[in-house]
Design a protein around this ligand. Structure first.
Ligand SMILES: [Cu+2]
Length: 101
């Protein structure tokens, strides 16, 4: 098993004190709209409503979230910037989120 796969299986870290939570729904082979106002220290949770497995994998390595069918998983945003991400199983699934400092 690769380090990346192990990281994907690790439980999500709790949000930093004061961090807010944001949800992105994954449905019909697409990532939902990016929440506005994400800040460093906030938690983003992806919820997979599909019957196939997805991931939310940042192109810059900021997060790599495994999303079995029906599951939710989270990542704490620990760097500012616009982060492009995709699904490792369905590379046509692409989206981005903006994280402010
Ligand atoms: Cu996928």
């Amino acid at each position: 098993m690769t380090a990346a796969a192990l990281a994907a299986l690790a439980p999500a870290l709790p949000a930093r004190a004061g961090g807010r939570s944001h949800v992105i729904v994954v449905d019909k082979m697409a990532f939902g709209a990016a929440p506005m106002g994400i800040k460093v220290g906030d938690t983003v949770t992806w919820t997979n409503r599909d019957i196939v497995r997805h991931t939310a994998t940042a192109r810059n390595g900021a997060f790599n979230v495994d999303l079995p069918p029906g599951a939710s998983a989270s990542a704490v945003m620990n760097r500012a910037g616009t982060i492009a991400y995709y699904c490792r199983f369905h590379p046509a699934m692409q989206a981005q989120i903006s994280v402010s400092a």
